[in-house]
Design a protein around this ligand. Structure first.
Ligand code: HEM
Length: 522
């Protein structure tokens, strides 16, 4: 019997009903399998999260945006330290398990990234986007030397000169009663620094006193799409290949993100066609010049596609993160009684002459500056859950909130830990909502290291932030130069806690208003 005679016999309504019935049966069967027979079925958590990804979609994509993470605390309170937050994903809220989840390569343990997580950005040709452990290690080895402490020390004068440039603009606001947006100032600063270091040239975002244009709106919009693409990955290549006007209609603001991305790709093309000379070893060394010159880097790691991936990750990861932290620092220093006076006094002693900034090594030895920066990063952290996929079985055996748990997590399971939850854990950070730099200092005012194991701002292990030394360098130099120059002459302008309290998991903290931290200079 042909298909047309089958249709004539049963008719469309019956056929469609049959298909719907079979689909429902499949969906129900899959849900039952996931809840009762899946290798993770023994892990506690709400049934719906185990049964379907659409639960996460509901909280993170539609009708909510980036709010799934905010549910975890109450799930943990109900179900325990390790919970199932998706059919294939777990979340842990016990800081004692950090070293298991984020084990370093030195431990001999392998950690992949989860493909669901990476779907959101699809940076396949980068370290960040390399899911398998070994591939990640080999790619990271190429970039590691450029982010060592010694490399950051070499570019200190460059960092200082960009800081001086933005501070001169900020100075021009003095006495005008005109607010200056320091979030935008710091985004311009970090963008020019990382571009200069990567390519030996920059777009001069630090060139205008209004700090516009800057990449802040592009990043906010771009990060807003990550959850959608995690759930519906085929949309991302379409978005990236499509015209900017389509992006503008579909999700206003994302066209700016596309523009930024295309600009980076053009820059890498210019490097390859030698319009930009990164190989001139007499000039300041650049990341891409060094990679292309290196004899020990395999040729396939020098391909244009590979370097586009790296350029995107390095420029993307190295801008808004550090700029956010700097602007959060300014907010908390000005909003918390006594902090500016104490910090200004410490910095003045180490930095007596405005025209000769001290070395980074000296700045890093200042206990209160270090405490202020750590306390800032406790709030201004990458707020998403950063899952890792262990190759071995993980055994959680511990007492959590008075109850003993013995849970075996099968190999190749994605499990993450939200830095935001750890950083607001009152057992580790008493009065977590309070900005209190002294928690990082001992009774004599010296820095202690007791809280270091719970400091997750840069994540931990083999996939922790590649740019951690550069970030610390920029944070110390920029904040010290800013506070030295403006100290007690500045005040907040129409900036409340909504600007620095994040409500949404948009990778970078998603805040209520996105106006940025604004100040008046007297
Ligand atoms: C305060 C500033 C910064 C914070 C809080 C921060 C935080 C993080 C975190 C949490 C990760 C782990 C992401 C994951 O697990 O998927 C990460 C990765 C990364 N960061 Fe940063 N970051 C900062 C600054 C920088 C800077 C200045 C750079 C410079 C290039 C940078 C480059 C990277 C790269 C390339 C990765 C991917 C590393 C890999 O997968 O091996 N970051 N960062």
């Amino acid at each position: 019997m042909g298909s047309s005679s089958l249709l004539q016999d049963v008719g469309y309504p019956v056929l469609i009903s049959g298909l719907l019935f079979l689909s429902s049966l499949y969906v129900a069967g899959l849900a039952i399998y996931r809840v009762y027979f899946h290798p993770l079925s023994h892990i506690p958590g709400p049934r719906l999260t185990a049964a379907t990804h659409w639960f996460g979609f509901y909280w993170d994509v539609f009708p909510c945006t980036g709010e799934y993470m905010n549910q975890f605390e109450r799930y943990h309170a109900k179900y325990g330290p390790i919970i199932r937050i998706g059919p294939d994903e777990l979340h842990c809220n016990d800081p004692g398990f950090i070293d298991q989840i984020y084990a370093g390569s030195g431990s001999g343990k392998k950690r992949d990234k989860s493909s669901f997580y990476l779907n959101g950005v699809q940076l396949h040709k980068s370290c960040f986007g390399s899911a398998p452990h070994d591939l990640h290690r080999s790619r990271r080895a190429v970039l590691n030397p450029f982010f060592s402490k010694a490399s950051v020390t070499r570019i200190e004068p460059m960092i200082q000169s960009f800081c001086e440039k933005i501070n001169t603009h900020i100075e021009s606001y003095a006495g005008t009663n005109e607010p200056c947006n320091v979030t935008h100032a710091f985004v311009c600063l970090t963008t020019d620094i990382i571009s200069q270091y990567a390519f030996g040239f920059h777009h001069n975002y630090t060139g205008t006193r209004s700090f516009t244009p800057n990449l802040s709106p592009a990043f906010v919009a771009g990060e807003g799409t990550i959850h959608l693409f995690q759930h519906i990955p085929f949309l991302l290549p379409l978005f990236e290949a499509g015209p900017e006007w389509v992006a503008k209609i579909a999700a206003p603001g994302t066209e700016e993100y596309l523009k930024y991305q295309r600009e980076i790709y053009r820059t890498v093309d210019d490097v390859f066609t030698e319009k930009i000379d990164t190989k001139d070893t007499k000039k300041q060394k650049t990341i891409f010049g060094e990679v292309l010159n290196a004899k020990n880097v395999p040729e396939e790691e020098k391909s244009v596609e590979r370097l586009k991936g790296s350029a995107r990750e390095v420029i993307g990861a190295g801008t808004v993160t550090t700029a956010n932290a700097l602007s959060y620092a300014v907010y908390y220093i000005l909003a918390t009684s006594g902090v500016m006076t104490k910090l200004h006094t410490e910095i003045l002693t180490a930095f007596p002459s405005l025209s000769s900034p001290p070395s980074l090594a000296l700045l890093e030895s200042l206990p209160y500056l270090s405490a202020v920066l750590h306390e800032t990063l406790r709030f201004s952290t990458v707020c998403t859950r950063l899952p890792r996929v262990a190759h071995e079985t993980l055994h959680y055996r511990s007492t959590f909130q008075g109850k003993h748990y013995d849970i075996a997590i099968p190999p190749r399971t994605a499990i993450g830990m939200s830095a935001q939850l750890v950083h607001s854990n009152p057992e580790i950070f008493p009065e977590p909502e309070r900005f209190w730099p002294e928690r990082w200092l001992d009774g004599e005012g010296k820095r202690h290291k007791e809280l270091e194991p719970y400091f997750l701002a840069f994540s931990k292990g083999g996939r922790q932030c590649l740019g951690i030394n550069l970030a610390w360098g920029e944070l110390h130099i920029a904040l010290a130069m800013f506070v030295r120059r403006f100290g007690t002459r500045i005040e907040l302008f129409e900036t409340g806690p909504g600007e620095v309290t994040y409500k949404y998991d948009l990778f970078e903290p998603g805040t209520e208003t996105y106006n940025g931290v604004r100040i008046l200079v007297n």
